[in-house]
Structures are given as structure tokens and as C-alpha cells.
Ligand binder design. Sequence first.
Ligand SMILES: Nc1nc2c(ncn2[C@@H]2O[C@H](COP(=O)(O)OP(=O)(O)OP(=O)(O)O)[C@@H](O)[C@H]2O)c(=O)[nH]1
Length: 298
Amino acid sequence: MKSGFIAMVGRPNVGKSTLTNKLVKEKVAIVSNKAGTTRDQIKGIFTKGDSQYIFVDTPGIHKPKHLLGEHMTDVAIRTLKEVEVILFILDGTQEISTGDMFVMEKILEAKGTPRIAVINKIDLLSDDEIENKKKEIKEKLGEFDRIITLSAEYGIGTEKVLKVLENYLVEGVMYYPEDMYTDMPIYKIISEIVREKILIKTKDEIPHSVAIEIINVTRRNKGKDKYEINIYVERNSQKGIIIGKNGKLLKEIGTEARKDIEELLGKEIYLNLWVKVKEKWRKKKPFLKELGYFINEE
Ligand SMILES: Nc1nc2c(ncn2[C@@H]2O[C@H](COP(=O)(O)OP(=O)(O)OP(=O)(O)O)[C@@H](O)[C@H]2O)c(=O)[nH]1
């Protein structure tokens, strides 16, 4: 029996969550085209035969601008020290930036942890561009145990990753039951589903200003369970945007989220969404704690 923890790190929006979902073959992490989608450490678990891979999807590492950002970067950095191997994921369509170098600095702080560079989004690159990217990695970031090229979105080259990673698994226990694919509690998955629908349907500053809280669940022996969920935003104008004209957007968000939640739970539910304004919530530690951020803090 072999198992191992694998950190998925990289700048925001490079495709860490997409790759985690592809490797686990289940939707573990929500995905959107907005940077900063993942806020917490999420574990995606994949067990095949006697090998168990535990992918630790982290929030994108970046220089923090607010308390929530600080929490996100801290979570990612702590992860690097606790794993068997680090996958540093890069968006192959972007030039290597100071942001990537900042990530590399953090990887080097986790001395001794093997590291693999992953060039993602090769569906958008020519062969020459891929070769140049490999050179650029060596020049700007330094040496890796190896460089892997793939497209997480289209599943090109993703099976090869499992083969490579098998070499880093260690003999011993299985940490999770075979059929478990995430360690996220069900209420968190439900909140994340609602947040994903909002991220997909809004733009500009809204995505970063949204927090979700399940305020009540009414279980019924007969009839459907009822979920009441608050959507917090930072300003009145944002509330208006999420609700939309005559409540249209909120209704769409609700319908799409409800369908996904019903699929997850295997039963029909009622879903009530409320939009509330909580000024500057990202800077308020007690409120962040209420939402479950910083709970692992010592
Ligand atoms: N063309 C292409 N797009 C991709 C690929 N992988 C991911 N994407 C897109 O890139 C965007 C970001 O993907 P995510 O998986 O959310 O990125 P992330 O690194 O987890 O982002 P954060 O949560 O912000 O840290 C999404 O719009 C994906 O659909 C790929 O292989 N090819």
C-alpha cells in the first residue's frame, strides 16, 4: 500500500483546481475564470489499486492585500512543508512573472521537498512555444526534478502525471477510505457550489467580495429539506447586481446551484438565497472566523 500528499501550487488562475479535478476524476474544487477562486486548502483523493494520491489544492500564492488574502497565502505556504512532492503549475500562455518567482521563493523555503514543474494549457501552444517555455522555466526559476506538459482542461497528458507521481508515494498506510474523493465537509461543498455560480455569472469586483454562509437547514421527514443561505457582499451596489433586474440573476444562481446540490445529495431540496451587505468583511477577522477561515490557526 502506497500513499502520498501532493501540493498543487502556482499563481492564481493557472489551472490548479482544473487539474486537481481531472486527476481525482471528480469535481472537488470549484473552477472559474476569476483569479482567486480557491480560498482554502482542499484535498482531492484518488485511489487506484494499492496507490492513494492525496492532492492538496491550495489558494493561488500571491502577495496578500487583505486579511483573507493573507490567510490564503499562509495556507498555501504551510502546505509545501507537509507534502511528498510539489507540483508547481504554470500557465503556458503567460510569460513567467514576478508572481511565479514569488511562488518559487516559497517553494525553496520548503527545503528538500521534491518539485515538478507543470506547463498547463498546452492546447493553446505550439510545439516551439512549449520548448521555449521549458527553457524559460530553467532560466528564470531554476532546476526541477522534471518538467511535465499538459492540458488540464482537455485531459491531455494528465494520466502521465499519475505515473510520474507514483514514484513519490511512500509505503505505509492509506489515509482515506478508497471511495472518498475529498475531505471537504458537505456543508462546505454546498457553500462552494453557490459561490461558483455567482463567480461564473458576475464580473469585476463582485467575485472577491462574496462570502457564503448556510444559516439554516430544515429537515423534513415528509417533503423536501430546506436550505437557507446568506450571500454576503461588501456594498449595496453589489447586492443589486447579484439580485439583478426583478431578481432575475439571483433566481438563475439559485436554480443552477440547487440542481448541483440535488445531484450531490441525491435528493430534491428547497433552496432560499438571501443577499446581505457586510461592509469590508474581508478585513474583519471575527467574521472571517465565523465563515470558517482561519480555523486552523494556532
Ligand atoms: N485553455 C485552457 N484553459 C484552462 C486549462 N486549465 C484551466 N483552464 C482555465 O483556466 C481558468 C482558471 O482555472 P482554475 O482551475 O480555476 O485555476 P486555479 O489555478 O485553481 O485558480 P485560483 O483558484 O484562482 O488559484 C479557468 O477558466 C479554466 O477553465 C487548460 O488546460 N487549457
